[in-house]
Design a protein around this ligand. Structure first.
Ligand code: AP5
Ligand code: MG
Length: 190
């Protein structure tokens, strides 16, 4: 299996690049943010719970997120591999991911982190707010909070993969095509 963690702050391009990488490598795309939004739309119990955190730009509790992701992986047991977009976001999530991929006799191949500076992130998200309908894009203060939560709780997850020599850093600024090529080259060479 080829299992990629596509990592980066809010607005780094995780969703945009995942769409392209799943085609190139024939992988299943699992975006925890997209799954939460699907549940919010369907007004499920999970959606109602997730909304109370997402609307503030906070993380949904680990236990809820981990159980949800585990069940999505198990639904796709025969996949050639996965792109994890927006997961893991805490060290506890990274440890849980290792454990349940291990149960499938598999593991994370690499983490690719898209590096984009803060002003560019805010610009991208402000622009997307005009069309996305995402409640967490609507208010610059919530965007700022998402970036702060990323710095405090999520950025340290890089070290988890650095220690395992599975970390690559990708310049996330430039045209969408150029960034896809950078990712493709780095993943193929890894
Ligand atoms: P999530 O849905 O994961 O959102 P996010 O991390 O804030 O990131 P985005 O989806 O906003 O950005 P992206 O990196 O995908 O960039 P995109 O390609 O869209 O999470 C939302 C919330 O759900 C969290 O805040 C949390 O509450 C909860 N959640 C999710 N996962 C969780 C977890 N594991 N644990 C706990 N809670 C969790 O691009 C952004 C914009 O920029 C787009 O408009 C795009 O067109 C544009 N763009 C892309 N590339 C470029 C480029 N190269 N140049 C210019 N513009 C570009
Ligand atoms: Mg996204």
């Amino acid at each position: 299996m080829l299992n990629i963690v596509l990592f980066g702050p809010p607005g780094a391009g995780k969703g945009t690049q995942s769409e392209r990488l799943i085609e190139k490598f024939n992988l299943v795309h699992l975006s925890t943010g997209d799954i939460f939004r699907y549940n919010i739309k369907g007004e499920t119990e999970l959606g109602v719970l997730a909304k109370s955190y997402i609307d503030k730009g906070q993380l949904v509790p680990d236990e809820v997120t981990i159980n949800m992701l585990r069940s999505e992986v198990l639904k796709n047991e025969s996949a050639k591999g996965f792109i994890f977009d927006g997961f893991p976001r805490t060290n506890a999530q990274a440890e849980a991911l290792d454990t349940f991929l291990g149960e499938l006799n598999s593991s994370i191949t690499l983490m690719a982190a898209l590096e984009v500076e803060e002003n560019e992130l805010k610009e991208r998200l402000k622009k997307r707010a005009e069309v996305s309908g995402r409640s967490d894009d609507a208010d610059p203060e919530i965007i700022a909070n998402r970036i702060q939560v990323y710095k405090n709780e999520t950025a340290p997850v890089k070290e988890f993969y650095q220690k395992q020599n599975k970390f690559i850093s990708i310049d996330g600024v430039g045209s969408i095509d150029d960034i896809t090529n950078r990712l493709f080259d780095a993943i193929t060479k890894f």
